[in-house]
Design a protein around this ligand. Structure first.
Ligand code: MG
Length: 295
């Protein structure tokens, strides 16, 4: 099932995409009322999720909207906490990053690289990315699969990880490379306002599983840049959840961005950084695509 946040006639709703993909069902149609996806994730019962799932398969008996009539918003517009990110989680991206700046990225890490990304407001799936030209001279994109935690997770064994995943979405981990590399920590260069396009939906875990093997791609102005598969991630989802939850609670609604494959702007010689008017499209099989224009 694919859940989404959308605007229609000036109002914001939580909904689900109906079977076939052409129609959207407001969850209020099945008697549910959550005022944001974050609240839904924190409170919804399995039986209520099942109610929505069933309705998407029998949508002819409900009031639905043509998908072309809605405006997609980021599924989680205001993440309750900073996004947890994996750095250097695809081998080919480690190589290109080290070629760009061996001092900052050319480190052999025996363990996963975790960092965080602050998101004031997630950018809509087809929204604008601010250029930040006052401090950024090297704006870059990173298509990433991101998971959303379903319930508070502490001491979760890898084999039980599926019980703690609500679903998956696409994130473009927009980065100001000069800001990222000017500081020892990546936090600031990853966290400027408008640096987290997200969406177009959350595909629930039952559709994708815990070891997803999904085609992941990005395009800039129609030119294929990243082209890989999420099966190529070095650190896998069950191990990541086990490791993090062994000593910190991952609260319901926590987003974990799982790293990006090769083909980002800094990977080219000379680098191909983003400029105003560029359109970046990130696609992941079974979830959909987001497409954002640089202001
Ligand atoms: Mg990233």
């Amino acid at each position: 099932m694919k859940l989404l946040t959308f605007r229609h006639n000036g109002n914001t709703y939580i909904g689900a995409i109906c079977e076939g993909g052409g129609k959207v069902l407001k969850i209020a149609e099945v008697g549910l009322n959550f005022n944001s996806m974050q609240v839904l994730i924190q409170n919804i019962m399995d039986s209520e999720l099942e109610l929505i799932r069933t309705a998407t398969k029998t949508s002819e008996i409900f009031n639905t909207l043509p998908i072309s009539d809605i405006e997609f918003l980021a599924p989680i517009r205001y993440p309750a906490r900073d996004i947890i990110c994996l750095g250097l989680n695809y081998a080919d991206h480690i190589e290109e990053a080290a070629r760009f700046n061996s001092k900052k990225f050319g480190i052999n890490m025996p363990k996963a690289v975790y960092f965080s990304k602050r998101v004031h407001e997630s950018v809509a799936p087809f929204g604008k990315i601010p250029r930040h030209s006052d401090i950024c001279d090297s704006l870059d994109y990173e298509a990433e699969l991101a998971l959303v935690i379903s319930k508070n997770a502490r001491n979760v064994a890898a084999k039980d990880a599926a019980d703690y995943i609500f679903g998956y979405t696409i994130i473009n981990d927009i980065t100001a490379r000069n800001v990222q590399t000017a500081h020892k920590q990546w936090y600031f260069g990853k966290s400027l306002d408008g640096f987290c396009p997200m969406g177009p939906c959350i595909a629930t875990v039952d559709e994708i599983g815990v070891e997803p093997a999904l085609k992941i791609q990005s395009y800039v102005n129609g030119e294929l840049r990243q082209n890989s598969n999420t099966a190529n991630m070095i650190y896998k989802i069950p191990q990541i959840i086990e490791e993090l939850s062994s000593a910190m609670t991952l609260q319901a609604g926590t987003i974990i961005a799982l790293g990006t494959p090769a083909g980002v702007g800094m990977g080219f010689n000379p680098p191909k950084f983003l400029k105003s008017g560029d359109v970046i499209t990130c696609k992941i099989e079974a979830i959909g695509e987001i497409s954002n224009t640089v202001e």
